[in-house]
Write a protein that binds this ligand. Structure first.
Ligand code: HEC
Ligand code: HEC
Ligand code: HEC
Ligand code: HEC
Ligand code: HEC
Length: 243
């Protein structure tokens, strides 16, 4: 069957317009499909274990670097292996008697039966890494380096937001070229005083950056001091990020 009935041939202008709209619809449909979700702000996939940063980073106060061990040393901020989780979870479980109940047919503890912890234990026992879904992801033709940014005094907060308040991680910023360049052109209001050593204390960082003068690009004395020559000026030439 033809897509356009025969009678449209007798109305060439209409046929032409329909075809044109058809092409536009197909192209924009493809565009929407072809653009990976993970380039968008707000991306929040379901994870294999319902692990919460809010519980671990904020309530329990575990530093980001306990798990993301490479973030200050390397380009890549690694995601921890299940061994890192089991450092605590065997102790926590054992102290509370949950491990004993592991052998019981009917464990009484609600906590023990938590589907999330059962999933964690089975990944840990199998030795396979937990198949965490990647959230923040740049296209391959962009170079990004975590260590360089942290050493310059840019906190996780400026790029990832209040991860420590997220029960499920989502992407807060678009990671677009414009987003990178906006900060590179005026970094002062995103630089924290590194001598405080609190680059991963997101609540503190947010408070600092919201202070008068810090948050404005005109800059206070402190903000200006922080963007002085002792730190590298963020590059804006193409080959810094594309090579
Ligand atoms: C107890 C371990 C642990 C701690 C502490 C921790 N994280 Fe994570 N983080 C994980 C795990 C596991 C994942 C992958 C699962 C997920 O996305 O929730 C992750 C994912 C992330 C992601 C998303 C990665 C991606 O795929 O894009 C970011 C960003 C992140 N963490 C930042 C932080 C920051 C900032 C802190 C400190 C405030 C922190 N994390 C503390 C374990 C931890
Ligand atoms: C520094 C210690 C520590 C580390 C490391 C740690 N946890 Fe936890 N986790 C805890 C404590 C403490 C609790 C709260 C236990 C409770 O309430 O009984 C908890 C709770 C949880 C829960 C909630 C269980 C429930 O009640 O449903 C899950 C799921 C969990 N952790 C997963 C993980 C994963 C996955 C990792 C590794 C990425 C991890 N944890 C690393 C200490 C830790
Ligand atoms: C200047 C912005 C910026 C800062 C600061 C920053 N990140 Fe990221 N983060 C990114 C970008 C961009 C990506 C995606 C990188 C890619 O795809 O190559 C990312 C990815 C990640 C990932 C996914 C795994 C990976 O390959 O890197 C984790 C985990 C993460 N960041 C944690 C952190 C933590 C923890 C901190 C603070 C200690 C932090 N980030 C600071 C921008 C930043
Ligand atoms: C919140 C501010 C901020 C954001 C957002 C940011 N940067 Fe930067 N970037 C900086 C600062 C500050 C420096 C200077 C570091 C130094 O002292 O050399 C820098 C330096 C760099 C450098 C040179 C150092 C190196 O890695 O060799 C590259 C490349 C770079 N950034 C890439 C990116 C890319 C790509 C993005 C976006 C995905 C991005 N940046 C987002 C603040 C930022
Ligand atoms: C600070 C880092 C940075 C610098 C400097 C930079 N880019 Fe990019 N560029 C990015 C990021 C991140 C992306 C991917 C995100 C996106 O597509 O918006 C990107 C994407 C692109 C794309 C693909 C656009 C698309 O929509 O698919 C082109 C083309 C490009 N850049 C060209 C350039 C040119 C030309 C320059 C120099 C004038 C430049 N870039 C400088 C970070 C940078």
């Amino acid at each position: 069957m033809a897509i356009f009935p025969k009678w449209t041939n007798s109305i060439p202008a209409f046929a032409f317009l329909s075809a044109a709209f058809g092409v536009v619809a197909v192209v924009s449909g493809f565009w929407v499909y072809a653009t990976p979700k993970f380039w968008e702000a707000g991306y929040q996939p379901e994870q294999p274990i319902s692990y919460s940063h809010q519980l671990h980073a904020q309530q329990l106060g575990i530093d980001c670097r306990y798990c993301h061990t490479n973030v200050e040393k390397s380009r890549i901020a690694n995601v921890p292996s299940t061994n890192t989780c089991m450092n605590c979870h065997t102790i926590v479980d054992a102290q509370r008697g949950y491990l004993k109940k592991a052998t019981a047919v009917e464990g009484e503890s609600v906590h023990f039966k938590s589907a999330a912890l059962q999933a964690l234990r089975s990944y840990a026992a199998s030795g396979d890494p937990a198949p965490w879904k990647r959230i923040h992801k740049l296209p391959d033709y962009v170079q990004f380096n975590h260590a360089a940014h942290l050493q310059a005094g840019v906190s996780c907060f400026s790029c990832h937001g209040r991860i420590d308040q997220m029960a499920i991680v989502y992407q807060q910023n678009p990671l677009s070229m414009k987003w990178c360049l906006d900060c590179h052109r005026s970094p002062a209001h995103n630089l924290i005083d590194k001598t405080q050593g609190r680059v991963t204390d997101l609540a503190w960082v947010q408070e600092q950056l919201n202070q008068d003068g810090y948050a404005t690009s005109s800059g206070s004395l402190l903000a200006e001091k922080l963007s002085d020559s002792s730190r590298g000026a963020p590059p804006t030439h193409c080959s810094a990020c594309h090579y």
